[in-house]
Design a protein around this ligand. Structure first.
Ligand code: GDP
Length: 525
């Protein structure tokens, strides 16, 4: 059977994200990957672009003050016949909800670990999201040019804390100032770090005399022992196990020195899955199908606060998308003509007239498109698997001018559509409850309501600690709701949400209502 053009294009794509704890080297690695793909010619451009962008909008002053980056974007580059779509995720932990959403649109993730620090809290949190979605992980142990933990110790730590088998793909020779390079365990090559890059040396094995020119005798002996041990005692790379999320190939290197990055990128090209079938209600959609389909995983406000338009980030699932195409917005049933899609080819923006499964297009709109929405060329499909996450911080919104209540509702709803916050309307009482994953989201929320909608609001502590979507058999749910009305609210789609005062109360309710499901995530409808 011949493959369709969409199936071929999909097989040549790798859509991935980088997950890491702040400071582990994500930005540096991104720059080096883009350089390698020829997408940028000057290292540092990623950062510079970020800064220019940030100055354009007032609310982003917040991130500037805090010195963090909140916006998510997409970077596309090509190398050796493969198109890579790298979805950037904000590094700051307060914006993890955004990051979580971005992870619904990737097929693989690179986990960057600081070699001196090992697994840090944010790495772990993001890893859990990847695991929830069975996203395969490729690991880079970064900063080997600094003092680092022992490589075996690091791999043990990864295996133990994340329950993930580690298959070393290269082995580091030395660390810190004595870092000499990496030994490619499977192909008998030594990649030597030089002043201005690297040199590839084919050898017969770790005993090869050629190596004496590049490392001390001790280092070579250690390499012999360790590489042997790594081969015999560590799990070997296994594609199925990797794709199922049980095993991670491990690379060592230094993003700063652009060392080991090529090996990592080759590893992504060779092992990371290409865009695959996507589940929707009723059937699974294959990337090779002719008709275009896709889903919105993120909505971002225009950088200019005077314009209310937004960019919806759509991940294409199937077919060949062409500029100017009409796609049906399945939730409303209305067609949307996409004349000005933003495509993310950093090299040749103007040539990006088409996009394929796994690619991301930005669709400007006035608030019609929401996270979780499906766009489809013909069939009424609804993709599943783009969840809402239970907020970890809940606040009551206090409105200074009661005349503006309608106005506030609109503001909250549209900010919720963008994913800045979640809103809950209690069954009793007039005050809205907003829920966020991190503190910073609250600051952004208040600033934007003030600046974009000219409404002054305050946030008060709400007597709730956490929220859960309730579902299950109708009679069980109704019974639960009836006896807990004062703690019930609805989300913006009208779905019932239980607001718990504390985890004890939540646990108690779960025990006394075994037929009711209390969910931390809810699929968008
Ligand atoms: P991010 O917060 O994960 O994006 O981290 P950055 O890429 O901004 O890096 C944080 C700091 O670590 C910066 O000062 C980088 O120059 C430095 N850094 C990143 N990679 C390396 C590396 O491989 N070796 C060394 N020595 N420093 C690095």
């Amino acid at each position: 059977m011949t493959q369709s053009a969409a199936a071929i294009a999909a097989s040549q794509r790798r859509t991935f994200a980088i997950i890491s704890h702040p400071d582990a080297g994500k930005t540096t690695l991104t720059e080096k990957l883009l350089l390698m793909g020829g997408a940028i010619h000057l290292a540092g451009e990623v950062r510079a672009k970020g800064e220019r962008r940030r100055t354009q909008s007032d609310w982003m002053k917040i991130e500037q003050q805090r010195g963090i980056s909140v916006t998510t974007s997409v970077m596309t580059f090509e190398r050796e016949g493969i198109t890579y779509n790298l979805l950037d995720t904000p590094g700051h932990e307060d914006f993890s909800e955004d990051t979580f959403r971005t992870l619904t649109a990737v097929d693989a993730a690179v986990m960057v670990i600081d070699a001196a620090k090992g697994i840090e809290p944010q790495t772990r949190k993001l890893f859990e999201v990847c695991r929830l979605r069975d996203i395969p992980i490729i690991t880079l142990v970064n900063k080997m040019d600094r003092e680092a933990k022992d490589p075996f110790e690091l791999m043990d730590e990864i295996s133990e804390t994340l329950a993930l088998d580690c298959a070393p793909m290269v082995w580091p020779v030395g660390m810190g100032r004595e870092f000499k390079g990496i030994y490619d365990i499977h192909n008998n090559r030594f990649v030597r770090m030089t002043e201005d890059g690297y040199e590839d040396i084919a050898v017969s094995g770790t005993e090869d005399e050629k190596l004496t020119a590049y490392m001390s005798e001790d280092q070579q002996l250690t390499l012999q022992e360790e590489a042997e041990l790594a081969k015999e005692a560590c799990p070997q790379f296994d594609m199925d196990s990797f794709r199922e999320g049980h095993l991670t190939p491990v690379y060592f290197g230094s993003a700063l020195k652009n060392f080991g990055v090529k090996e990592l990128l080759n590893g992504i090209g060779a092992a990371a899955p290409s865009p695959g079938p996507q589940p929707s209600v009723g059937r699974i959609v294959d990337p090779g199908e002719d008709k275009v389909t896709g889903f919105v995983f993120k909505v971002q406000a225009n950088m200019d606060p005077n314009h209310r338009d937004r960019i919806a980030f759509v991940r294409l699932v199937s077919g060949k998308f062409k500029r100017g195409m009409k796609l049906k917005h399945v939730r409303s049933g209305k067609p949307i003509a996409i004349y000005n899609p933003i495509m993310f080819f950093a090299q040749s923006r103007e040539l990006a007239e088409e996009a394929w499964p796994g690619d991301i297009i930005g669709v400007p709109n006035h608030g019609t498109l929401r996270v979780g929405d499906t766009l489809s060329e013909s069939e009424d499909l609804r993709f599943t698997g783009i969840p809402n996450f239970a907020p970890e911080i809940l606040r009551r919104v206090r409105l200074d001018d009661p005349m503006k209540s309608k106005h506030l509702r609109k503001a909250l709803e549209s900010l919720a559509e963008e994913g800045v916050t979640q809103v809950f309307k209690p069954y009793f009482g007039a005050n809205w409850i907003v829920g966020v994953v991190g503190q910073l989201q609250l600051d952004v929320l208040v600033t934007r309501i003030e600046q974009e909608y000219s409404i002054k609001v305050g946030l008060e502590t709400a007597p709730y600690e956490t929220a859960r979507w309730v579902s299950g058999p109708d009679d069980a749910v109704n019974k639960f709701i009836d006896s807990n009305r004062s703690a019930m609210s609805e989300d913006r789609d009208g779905a019932p949400v239980f607001l718990a005062r504390n985890s004890w109360e939540l646990g108690h309710q779960q025990q006394t209502n075994p037929d009711v499901k209390f969910e931390k995530t809810r699929e968008r409808s």
